[in-house]
Design a protein around this ligand. Structure first.
Ligand code: GLY
Length: 289
């Protein structure tokens, strides 16, 4: 079976550095695909891809995550494999790579989702060192919020910096599939707010039918259980049809990437922009937005 990797850089605005986004999307594809080429499982590939985007400040995940209403970064992440393995963290602070902690939750605990202080404490237990993901740029933006009126300034900045989840889906040579996603959530969100990213069936899903990752407006994505809804179309249809179908039928601002069991790919969005990339043994494409 031919290996395939598809990545997602978010569906927010073009306000972040486009050149950087293009560069790191390319690096994310290379880093993840090396795993597939070396015969590693799809889960290793999607995690490697997401780590590159978490470490790049031009994406809203890990380093570069948006601050909440109190100027603090709270991050959500999850992983899911086609055999049902799932792990997630929500509203977690002071960790460099939330996606790695999500994997630890899946592999080292009997839980599916750890949140808040408990997630951070678990991360330390697993050896993830204390790290501040708040960049100078985000600190500066937060100080501007203090100057604006709540409704005017806040609303505008929210629109500019939201709808951004990074993610990846992959099919390995053995037919295994996996998905991983990570985000800092919505700009200036209420402390403790959790979006769709760590919610199984919301922003992520994977089974023997396919692997799915979603970016966009978390509350609407959760309300419509977007990833599971898309998954259920895969029982009868391929990834391409499914991606177009859910984008057309679900009333939410979002973008989606899907790989199905036959190696078909679906990429669709109804937001103005979406950053994505795809790589196979013979093909590579990056779309920075
Ligand atoms: N989709 C990311 C969020 O709303 O948190």
């Amino acid at each position: 079976m031919d290996s395939i990797l598809v990545i997602l850089g978010g569906s927010g605005s073009k306000i972040r550095n486009l050149e950087d986004r293009e560069k790191y999307l390319g690096e994310s594809l290379e880093s993840g695909f090396v795993e597939l080429k070396e015969g590693e499982e799809a889960l290793n590939a999607v995690i490697k891809s997401v780590i590159v985007m978490e470490d790049a400040p031009c994406f809203n995940a890990g380093t570069g995550s948006v601050p909440n209403l109190e100027g603090v970064v709270e991050m959500d992440a999850s992983i899911m494999r086609s055999d049902g393995l799932f792990g997630a963290v929500a509203a977690m602070k002071d960790v460099k790579n939330p996606v790695k902690v999500a994997r630890d939750v899946a592999e080292e605990t009997e839980s599916l989702l750890l949140a808040g202080e408990g997630a951070t404490r678990f991360a330390r237990l697993m050896g993830h060192k204390e790290y501040s993901p708040l960049t100078g740029k985000m600190r500066k933006l937060y100080s501007k919020k203090e100057e604006s009126s709540y409704y005017k300034g806040l609303g505008k900045m929210r629109r500019l910096y939201s709808l951004e989840t990074v993610g990846a889906v992959a099919l390995d040579r053995f037919g295994g599939m996996a998905s991983a996603i990570s985000t800092g959530g919505i700009m200036f969100h209420l402390p403790g707010r959790v979006g769709d990213t760590p919610i199984i069936g919301g922003g992520i899903y994977a089974s023997e039918l396919g692997a799915i990752a979603v970016t966009g407006h978390g509350e609407a994505i959760m309300r419509h259980v977007v990833a599971k809804t898309a998954h259920d179309f895969l029982i009868e249809r391929d990834a391409e049809y499914t991606a177009e179908k859910v984008i057309k039928e679900i009333d939410a601002d979002f973008g989606i990437i899907i790989i199905d069991r036959d190696g078909k790919v679906g990429i669709a969005y109804n937001t103005k922009y979406m950053s994505w990339g795809i790589k196979t043994m013979t093909y590579k494409k990056v779309q920075a937005a």
